[in-house]
Design a protein around this ligand. Structure first.
Ligand code: PEP
Ligand code: MG
Length: 590
C-alpha cells in the first residue's frame, strides 16, 4: 500500500509565469544529480586529461549551438543569444585556460578543475543582490553540468514522455528549450522568479508554468497526476476527482476566453459614445513583437530598454547593437509608434556598477543615473535617434523628480542630434520627449512639467509605492500596496489636468492599465492611452467598449471621494455589474 501522503491531494502555491492550465503526469527531472570530487591525476595522464577536457568543451559547444538554433527557430534571435553567449563562455580564457592550468599545474582531474573554476565565478555572482547576477550564476551551473556530464559521457537530457509536466528544482533556459521539443504540457519549478530566463522562455514558448514552489520536488513522485494552473500560480498534486473537474472546467473556460479574445482584437477601442482611447503594448522582449499585431495594440506605449541589456547577459551594449535592436522594433511596429523608455536601472533592477545602497528605491535610479553617466546615456540616445529614421518613435525618461533633469536631458539630446547631423546621419528631428510620472513631485506640479515635455506616461507601479510609502516588492506590506487608493487617483487626476492645460497627452503604463476593473476610473479621470502587456488588452477593450464617458466621469468623482481602495474597488465592481460587464473581470478572477 502507498503511504497515506502519496494518495492525498496537495495544493502548492507558486509564482504564475506561464498562463494556461495543464493536466498530466509529472516527470521529475533531477538536474543536480552528480557530485564532483577532488580528484587528482598522475603527471603522465596530464595531457590525456587536457584532451578529454577539450573534447567535452567541443561537445558542450555543439550542444549550445544546437540549443541556439532551436531557440532561434522557436523564439527569435535575442533568445538564441543567451546560448551563443554560453558557447562563447566555454572558450573564454577565464574558464578554458584556467581549467587547463589547473590540470597541468595542480594535477586536478578535468571535472574537478572545471567545477573549481566555475564555482569561483558562481560565488562572485551569487554574492550580488541582484536577480540578474543570480541568473548568470545559474547559467554557469548549467555550463558546469554540461561539461562535467560530457567528461563522464553521461546523457545530458533524460527522455521525457510526451504529455508530461516537468517538475524540477530548477531548469536552465537551455533545458526548457530542449524539453519543448518533446510535447511537454508545462513546468513546475522550486526556484526561479517571474523574470528568470526560464520563466521568460516558458511564457514565450506558450507553456503553462509556475516557479518558486519551494520544495515541490519533494512532494511529487514520478508519474503523479498534476493539475497546473499557470494563471493563478498553483499546482494540485494527485488531485481528487472534484479538484480535477474544477481544473478541467477552468481549462475549458480559459480556452473559450482565448477564443472570445480573438473577436475583440479587431474591434475599435472606442467607448459607447465614441471616445477613442489608444490601447498600446508594454514590451520587454523582441519575442513579444508579434504580440503587438496579435492583440491589436496601437503601438508600443512602453518598451523597457533595460531588459534588453539583461537578456544579452551584458551590462552594456554598444551603440551599434542597440541601434540594430531599436531599428528592428521600430520597423516591426511601424506605422504605429514605439515609446522607448531610457534605461531605468536602480531600484530593484540591477545597476551595472556594482554598488550598494540602503534604500535603492529612493536612491540612484532612472534618469538620475543616466545624467550622471553620459557613457551609458549617449550610446543609447544616439542609437534611438538613429532608429527614428525607420519609423515613428518617442523617448520616455524614467524616474524624473525635478524639472532640472528634463532641462539637462534636453541639452544632451540636442548635442547628440548636432553630432549626428555633423556625421551626416538622417533622423527625425522632432522626436517627442515624455516623462514617466511616477514620483509625486511630478504629479503635483504636472501643469509646470507639462510645459516642458511632449507627453506624460503615468507609472502607477512606482507612483503607488512613492505615494503610499509602501515598497512594491516587500511582501510584509503587500496588503498596503493599493494602486486604487484615492490618493493615487488624486495624483492621476492632477496629472491629467496639468497635461490638459498644456495640450499634451497622458498615458498610463503601470500594471493598473492592465486591470479591467480600473478601466472605467482611468477613463473617467481623462487618460488618453492605456499601455499594458498585450495579453491583457482585449479584456480592457471589452470593458472600454461598454463605457459612456459621462458615467465614467461620475464614477471617477466618486472614487476620488472614497474612503480607501477597498471602497473604490467595490464602487467599480457594482458599476460594472450594472452594465453587465463584470464578466470582463474574468481575467482577474480566473
Ligand atoms: C511603473 O512604475 O508603473 C512602470 C511602468 O515602470 P516600472 O514598472 O518599470 O518601474
Ligand atoms: Mg517605474
Amino acid at each position: 500500500m502507498k503511504p497515506a501522503e502519496e494518495t492525498t491531494e496537495r495544493i502548492v502555491e507558486g509564482i504564475a509565469v506561464g498562463p494556461g492550465i495543464a493536466i498530466g503526469p509529472a516527470y521529475l527531472y533531477a538536474r543536480a544529480g552528480f557530485e564532483v570530487e577532488d580528484r587528482r591525476i598522475a603527471s603522465e595522464d596530464m595531457e590525456e586529461e587536457v584532451a578529454r577536457f577539450e573534447q567535452a568543451v567541443a561537445r558542450s559547444e555543439r550542444d549550445f549551438r544546437k540549443i541556439a538554433t532551436v531557440a532561434r527557430e522557436k523564439l527569435g534571435e535575442s533568445s538564441a543569444g543567451i546560448f551563443e553567449a554560453q558557447a562563447l563562455m566555454l572558450r573564454d580564457v577565464a574558464f578554458y585556460e584556467a581549467v587547463i592550468q589547473h590540470i597541468r599545474r595542480d594535477r586536478m582531474g578535468a571535472d574537478y578543475a572545471a567545477h573549481a573554476v566555475l564555482r569561483r565565478h558562481r560565488r562572485l555572482l551569487e554574492a550580488g543582490e541582484s536577480a540578474y547576477f543570480r541568473e548568470r550564476a545559474n547559467d554557469m551551473l548549467d555550463l558546469e553540468h554540461r561539461v562535467v556530464r560530457h567528461l563522464r559521457r553521461g546523457k545530458i537530457l533524460a527522455a521525457v514522455e510526451d504529455g508530461s509536466i516537468v517538475v524540477a528544482e530548477n531548469l536552465s533556459a537551455a533545458d526548457i528549450i530542449l524539453f519543448s521539443q518533446r510535447a511537454i504540457l508545462g513546468t513546475v519549478l522550486d526556484h526561479g522568479g517571474a523574470t528568470s530566463h526560464v520563466s521568460l522562455m516558458a511564457r514565450a514558448l506558450g507553456l503553462p508554468a509556475i516557479v518558486g514552489t519551494h520544495g515541490v520536488t519533494e512532494q511529487v513522485a514520478p508519474g503523479d497526476m498534476l493539475a497546473l494552473d499557470g494563471l493563478a500560480g498553483r499546482v494540485a498534486i494527485r488531485p481528487s476527482e472534484d479538484t480535477l473537474a474544477q481544473y478541467r472546467e477552468r481549462q475549458r473556460r480559459y480556452r473559450r476566453w482565448r477564443e472570445a479574445q480573438k473577436k475583440v482584437v479587431s474591434l475599435p477601442s472606442q467607448t459607447q459614445d465614441g471616445r477613442s482611447v489608444r490601447l498600446a503594448a508594454n514590451l520587454e522582449f523582441m519575442e513579444e513583437l508579434e504580440m503587438v499585431e496579435e492583440y491589436g495594440a496601437e503601438g508600443v506605449g512602453l518598451f523597457r530598454t533595460e531588459v534588453l541589456f539583461l537578456m544579452r547577459q551584458r551590462v552594456s551594449l554598444s551603440e551599434e547593437e542597440q541601434f540594430k535592436a531599436y531599428r528592428r522594433i521600430v520597423e516591426a511596429v511601424s506605422p504605429r509608434p514605439v515609446t522607448f523608455r531610457l534605461l531605468d536601472f536602480g531600484g530593484d533592477k540591477m545597476l551595472p556598477l556594482g554598488h550598494r545602497e540602503h534604500n535603492p528605491f529612493l536612491g540612484w535610479r532612472g534618469v538620475r543615473v543616466l545624467l550622471d553617466k553620459p557613457d551609458m546615456l549617449a550610446p543609447q540616445l544616439r542609437a534611438i535617434v538613429r532608429a527614428s529614421r525607420f519609423g515613428p518613435l518617442r523617448i520616455l525618461l524614467p524616474m524624473v523628480t525635478e524639472l532640472r533633469e528634463v532641462h539637462a536631458f534636453r541639452g544632451l539630446l540636442a548635442s547628440v542630434c548636432d553630432d549626428l547631423s555633423a556625421e551626416g546621419a538622417a533622423y527625425d528631428s522632432d522626436i517627442p520627449v515624455g516623462i514617466m510620472v511616477e514620483v509625486p513631485s511630478v504629479a503635483i506640479r504636472a501643469a509646470r512639467f507639462a510645459r516642458e515635455v511632449d507627453f506624460f506616461s503615468i507609472g502607477t507601479n512606482d507612483l503607488t509605492q512613492y505615494t503610499l510609502a509602501v515598497d512594491r516588492g516587500n511582501d510584509l506590506v503587500a496588503d498596503k500596496y493599493q494602486e486604487l487608493d484615492p490618493a493615487v487617483l488624486h495624483l492621476v487626476r492632477d496629472t491629467v489636468e496639468g497635461a490638459r492645460a498644456a495640450g499634451i497627452e497622458v498615458s498610463v503604463c503601470g500594471e493598473l492599465a492592465a486591470r479591467p476593473t480600473a478601466t472605467p476610473v482611468l477613463l473617467g479621470l481623462g487618460v488618453d492611452e492605456l499601455s499594458a502587456s498585450p495579453v491583457y488588452l482585449p479584456e480592457v477593450k471589452r470593458v472600454l467598449r461598454a463605457i459612456r464617458m459621462a458615467e465614467a466621469q461620475t464614477l471617477a468623482d466618486r472614487a476620488l471621494q472614497a474612503a480607501d481602495a477597498a471602497e473604490v474597488a467595490s464602487l467599480v465592481e457594482a458599476w460594472l455589474r450594472d452594465r453587465d460587464c463584470d464578466a470582463a473581470s474574468m481575467l482577474e478572477t480566473f
